[in-house]
Design a protein around this ligand. Structure first.
Ligand code: FAD
Length: 427
């Protein structure tokens, strides 16, 4: 069987040492079989183990092989859609529950890091940077909105203030969230996997779920084994393929690219980001960046609809980096990679249950580091019979992409082109 390695990335090159994990051979029996060892799967597994469930995790490649081991590492709170839009769509009661949960994922990450002593370069502080006055106005209304749901830790920044924390002249202002921050994403996933095993959970790598036998006693098949479980959690996100056809129609894998510079040294690194906060701008097709533990700049941006891998990632992302920081023109790019996230039409996560015993959460549409940690808790609550918070997500409406599987990519790209043009023209 193929042994799928990590893609070549800064994260893979600086990953903490981990034990080898076997592929599943033969038959095992458990309470919950989790498909996918990204944050959704690992967070679910941890909450379930902490609550007395037996858990087996099947991972097609390696722990953190997907977006969880490749992302920008930005702990961005809330969802990929503003809570007032959610409120208009689902009404005040459900929006209240979702609004209250919007900052919980970041707290869960910090609790996990502290409880299981995970070494992942955790830093506090995330900046939303406004390029236009209109974007600044949006941040102001977003702050008021979040305060309605009890999130009062946000600070608006005028131009001189943001210039103190981001050494870039592009921004008219911004908003600082000290409950945001950043991490080495793969090391967070690896630490969570070790925590799963410390609680008696089992993780099989190189063990793709190839078929789910549904029914009262479901069975998940891999090429060389099977897992009998009372419950299944599907957490394969953009890498799931067509294992669960009902889920594929209403979501679309999209690629996004990241580059990492050579180490910049303290002086240059501090001139870019003096407080070591992470930054994302407020464009629809947004740029995001931060420093690593060894003072490199990680810069990401852009979306490839339909998740095709671009031939030259550096050629796409480096010009964006140089627009923000022209002083990096002679700096070498050491790593460039791509990863897939899962987009839904509403940009809200797709959560639910198939039959009585197959649960899923996927499709957080770009901002998933915090949401996936919350999702694990909410799924575990549902399996324990407390489904109020799960239902708040599961009741969100989802629609198939226009054009079906064949035409959804060009339609979504057209929509993004329109929003990208609006970003460029500043309206
Ligand atoms: C390049 C990039 C940058 C990003 N930056 C940020 C950021 O800075 N901040 C932020 O909040 N979000 C960011 N995101 C989004 C965030 O990383 C994701 O939303 C999140 O990691 C999704 O976690 P997940 O566990 O649901 O999916 P994944 O991490 O993709 O994990 C799914 C796992 O399931 C496995 N799998 C799939 N199918 C099967 C199967 N049949 N059997 C067994 N295993 C299977 C895969 O191999 C994979 O390991 C970024 C995404 C990308 C791609």
């Amino acid at each position: 069987m193929a042994n799928t390695p990590y893609p070549e990335s800064y994260y893979a090159a600086s990953a903490n040492a981990v034990p080898p994990r076997p592929a599943l051979q033969g038959e095992v029996e458990t309470d919950v079989c989790v498909i996918g060892a990204g944050y959704t799967g690992l967070s679910s597994a941890l909450f379930l183990l902490e609550n007395g469930f037996r858990v087996v995790v099947l991972e097609a490649a390696k722990v953190g092989f997907g977006a969880s081991g490749r992302n920008g590492g930005q702990i961005v709170n809330s969802y990929s859609r503003d809570i007032d839009v959610i409120e208009r769509s689902v009404g005040p009661k459900q929006a209240q529950l979702l609004g209250e949960m919007a900052f919980e994922g970041g707290r869960i990450i910090r609790e996990r890091v502290a409880k299981y002593n995970i070494q992942c370069d955790l830093k506090d502080g995330g900046v939303f940077a406004a390029i236009t006055a209109k974007q600044m106005g949006h941040l102001e209304s977003q702050k008021r909105l979040w305060e309605r749901f009890g999130h009062t830790q946000l600070e608006l920044m005028d131009q001189p203030r943001i210039r103190e924390v981001v050494g870039c002249d592009q921004y008219v202002g911004g908003m600082l969230d000290m409950s945001g921050g950043h991490i080495h994403p793969l090391n967070l996933a690896l630490g969570e996997a070790a925590a799963v095993e410390s609680l008696g959970g089992t993780i099989y790598e190189q063990s793709p779920a190839v078929r789910i036998e549904r029914g009262a006693n479901p069975v998940v098949h891999t090429p060389q084994g099977k897992v009998r479980a009372k419950f299944i959690i599907v957490a394969g996100n953009a890498y799931l393929g067509n294992l669960v056809p009902e889920l594929a129609a209403k979501s679309m894998p999209c690629g996004t690219q990241v580059i990492t510079t050579e180490p910049l040294g303290d002086a240059l690194a501090n001139s870019l980001l003096p407080r070591d906060y992470c930054v994302e701008d407020c464009n629809y097709l947004l740029d995001y960046y931060r420093l690593t533990g060894d003072k490199r700049l990680i810069f990401g941006g852009g979306v490839v609809y339909g998740a095709r891998d671009p031939a030259n990632i550096e050629a796409i992302i480096r010009p964006k980096m140089l627009k923000a920081f022209p002083q990096l023109k002679d700096v070498k790019i050491d790593y460039a990679w791509t990863g897939n996230f899962l987009l839904t039409l509403s940009r809200l996560p797709q959560v639910g249950r198939l039959g009585d015993n197959i649960y899923y959460s996927q499709g957080c549409s770009g901002h998933g580091v915090t949401y996936t940690h919350l999702a694990g808790k909410v799924l575990a609550e549902a399996l324990r019979g407390q489904a109020e918070r799960f239902d708040a997500f599961a009741d969100l409406p989802h629609y198939p992409f226009p054009g079906g599987q064949l035409l959804r990519t060009p339609f979504a790209a057209l929509g993004a082109w329109y929003y990208g043009l609006r970003d460029k023209l500043g309206f």
